[in-house]
Design a protein around this ligand. Structure first.
Ligand code: CA
Length: 478
């Protein structure tokens, strides 16, 4: 009798606990993860952001179904350092990947260590089948030592022991021939690479479909789809995607008030850049349709983001690296129909937060390596309780040849603040933009706001101390 009463109570408790709760994640029903990351895709180039005059109907639709982080930035807006932060959940001072991997930075040990624990290592150890398609750019290439990065070799073969738990490998280091990409496929040797005569995003989506089709359903899977476009060469884009921009002049397309008429390269390339954006959008749309056909939508987490932005003539500059909005701001949207309610969020999401947040979402919180520096925001995504929101997001631009030099700063709700030091550690420039009142960052107001600069300098140094930036060791102002 007593046993019966206890089991009834237990049943009642179990039923009550089950109320208002979403299905639990168990080892058997862990979600799949599709991480889509084109290169150099600025957040302004998403149609729904209403900044660039671009066509991205598929990503607009994905955004409506996602939690969208409109303040996401690339803390170090450059390929390799971003990718190392993404994979490890750590800032560049911990990974040693301070700049791009090539034969001129190799002497500084600038590559991803095989001893690092990456997100794919953790997922692989927890039963995931891991795939990686496209650009990797985390290994030091073989070749003679050079000092000038422009004379460097960039592309690198990744030996199996450096693949961090990734079983399906269809990748290369850096190779910008979008119409003739090449891939090292699975156990192919360094000498045995495969060239493809097709626009790389189109080919890679075909390979992604094949990867997903080949999953047996016994294991959850994770797939990184790392497309190279809309990265240059801008002109390597199929004609069909240019048609959306026919009849529009470069001046109409370059609608930002910080693009001077002298920005010749932008006038030459803007149409191609937006066409590549539309082409990437089209390919992603096809992959989303495929997921739906395969009935994988509900239990697949889809992330869309990029490694950094594209200046495209803003401030007379091209590409990326500086602290300007067009360079640092990246798309970040995450869709998981079973668990994440669509929303727009203003969190200062940092790149190292991505790895622990995804592991948290998948219920592998206890598997997040102890030395991860990013924050697990699973509670925000799942709508479970309040979270502490940082006041700003770091901007980092270290120099591997000088621990004392380079740029450090942050982007807050209102300001972008940056200090520059020369290689002797002396502050040589202070930069302050009021992004609310000057969204195009046309006027540096540092000189007229010494109190703000002083306060921000202290806040910056405190945060840099927390992430073990070696700048702090040499700070002459403390
Ligand atoms: Ca890049």
């Amino acid at each position: 009798m007593l046993a019966m009463r206890i089991s009834l109570i237990l049943l009642l408790v179990a039923l009550l606990a089950g109320c208002n709760q979403k299905p639990e994640i168990t080892a058997q029903n862990r979600p799949n993860l599709l991480f889509i990351i084109p290169d150099q895709f600025r957040t302004h180039a998403l149609g729904f952001m209403k900044q660039d005059p671009v066509q991205t109907p598929n990503l607009d639709r994905l955004a409506e179904e996602s939690m969208v982080f409109v303040n996401a930035i690339s803390n170090r807006p450059l390929c390799s350092p971003y990718r190392a932060m993404l994979m490890t959940g750590k800032y560049p001072f911990k990974t040693g990947v301070l700049t791009n991997c090539n034969t001129s930075s190799r002497k500084y040990g600038n590559y991803l260590r095989s001893t690092e624990t990456t997100i794919t290592d953790v997922l692989s150890e927890n039963g995931y089948n891991c795939g990686y398609i496209g650009k990797w750019h985390l290994d030091a290439p073989a070749g003679p030592d050079v000092d000038d990065w422009r004379k460097s070799i960039w592309d690198a073969y990744t030996p199996p022991e450096a693949r961090h738990g990734i079983d399906f490998w269809y990748s290369y280091g850096t190779f910008d021939q979008h119409f003739n990409p090449h891939y090292w496929i699975n156990d192919a040797s360094r000498e045995d690479t495969t060239f493809i005569n097709e626009w790389s995003p189109r080919h890679e989506v075909e390979v992604a479909r094949e990867f997903i089709n080949n999953q047996t359903g016994d294991q959850p899977w994770v797939l990184f789809l790392s497309m190279n476009p809309p990265h240059p060469p801008y002109q390597l884009v199929p004609d069909e995607y240019l048609s959306d921009y026919e009849g529009k002049s470069a001046a109409e397309l370059l609608n930002r008030q910080n693009v001077p008429e002298t920005a010749e390269a932008a006038y030459k390339h803007v149409k191609n850049y937006f066409a590549a954006v539309t082409g990437v959008d089209d390919q992603i749309g096809q992959l989303m349709e495929f997921l739906e056909e395969k009935k994988l939508n509900e239990n697949t987490i889809v992330v869309f983001t990029s490694d950094h932005g594209e200046l495209m003539g803003s401030h007379g500059l091209m590409q990326k690296g500086p602290w300007y909005e067009e360079s640092v701001r990246i798309p970040f949207m995450i869709r998981w129909p079973e668990k994440i309610a669509p929303a727009i969020d203003s969190l200062h999401l940092a790149v190292p937060d991505v790895m622990p947040t995804l592991l948290g979402l998948i219920d592998l919180e206890d598997q997040i390596p102890a030395d991860v520096q990013g924050i697990n925001y699973q509670n925000l995504l799942l709508g479970d309780g309040k979270i502490a929101r940082p006041d700003f997001n770091l901007y980092l631009n270290p120099r591997p040849e000088s621990a004392l030099g380079g740029f450090r700063g942050f982007r807050s709700n209102q300001y972008t603040f940056v200090l520059e030091r020369n290689n002797e550690g002396k502050v040589v420039d202070k930069i302050l933009y009021d992004n609310l009142n000057d969204p195009y960052q046309l006027k540096n107001v540092a000189a007229s706001n010494p109190d703000l600069v002083n306060r921000f300098s202290k806040q910056l140094m405190k945060r840099l101390t927390e992430i073990d930036d070696f700048w702090v060791e040499y700070d002459r102002s403390l």
